[in-house]
Ligand binder design. Structure first.
Ligand code: FE2
Length: 199
């Protein structure tokens, strides 16, 4: 099996006090994320792509219309692993250090960043993702549909929020804005974003 599903960076029940139930992770990690890994392995079995890194598969398949299925599954494997690492029990609040300085410089203020990020997450029509990215030395917010991600567009992801309905329906039903607010208030792993900025 070429591609594997990394372990969650916290126990499945670790975010219960912070607005995300164990059941969410049983489905979102245990079924949705796992299915993308299984599908990617089926689609690449016996092919050259199976020996590439996940990042290479994403970049190769994004440019090739005959590999849309491979791209969708490969990107969703990567996106979800990145999302789990964007969460932390008792996270949220504001970043510090270099990341805080860069956000203040490129967005004007941390509150302005929060507004832009929330707006991107709320207005992504249908399924997709909201991201904080380093775009050639300037931090910005982007939203992507379905499985698309910054990596496919040559940008460095720092942080993400999954806004597919499967990400919030168990905890928040149809109330995506409440899910976004809870992410920013209680879950953002700023250490992960800072490490990505520094890498
Ligand atoms: Fe998801």
């Amino acid at each position: 099996m070429a591609f594997t599903q990394p372990a969650l960076p916290f126990p499945m029940d670790a975010l219960e006090p912070y607005g995300m139930k164990t059941e969410t992770f049983e489905y979102h990690y245990g079924k949705h994320h796992k299915a993308y890994v299984d599908n990617l392995n089926k689609l690449t079995e016996g092919k050259d792509l199976a020996s590439k890194s996940l990042e290479e598969v994403i970049q190769i398949s994004f440019k090739d219309p005959s590999l849309t299925g491979v791209f969708n599954n490969a990107a969703q494997v990567w996106n979800h692993t990145f999302f789990w690492n964007s969460l932390k029990p008792g996270g949220g609040g504001a970043p510090t250090g270099e990341l805080a300085d860069r956000i203040a410089k490129d967005f004007g203020s941390f509150d302005q960043f929060k507004e832009e990020f929330s707006n991107a997450a709320a207005t992504q029509f249908g399924s997709g993702w909201a991201w904080l990215v380093d775009d050639g030395g300037k931090l910005s917010v982007m939203k992507t549909p379905n499985a698309e991600n910054p990596l496919a567009h040559g940008k460095k992801a720092l942080l993400t929020l999954d806004v597919w309905e499967h990400a919030y329906y168990i905890d928040y039903r149809n109330a995506r804005p409440a899910f976004i607010k809870n992410f920013l208030d209680n879950l953002v792993n700023w250490d992960f974003a800072a490490a990505n900025l520094a890498s």
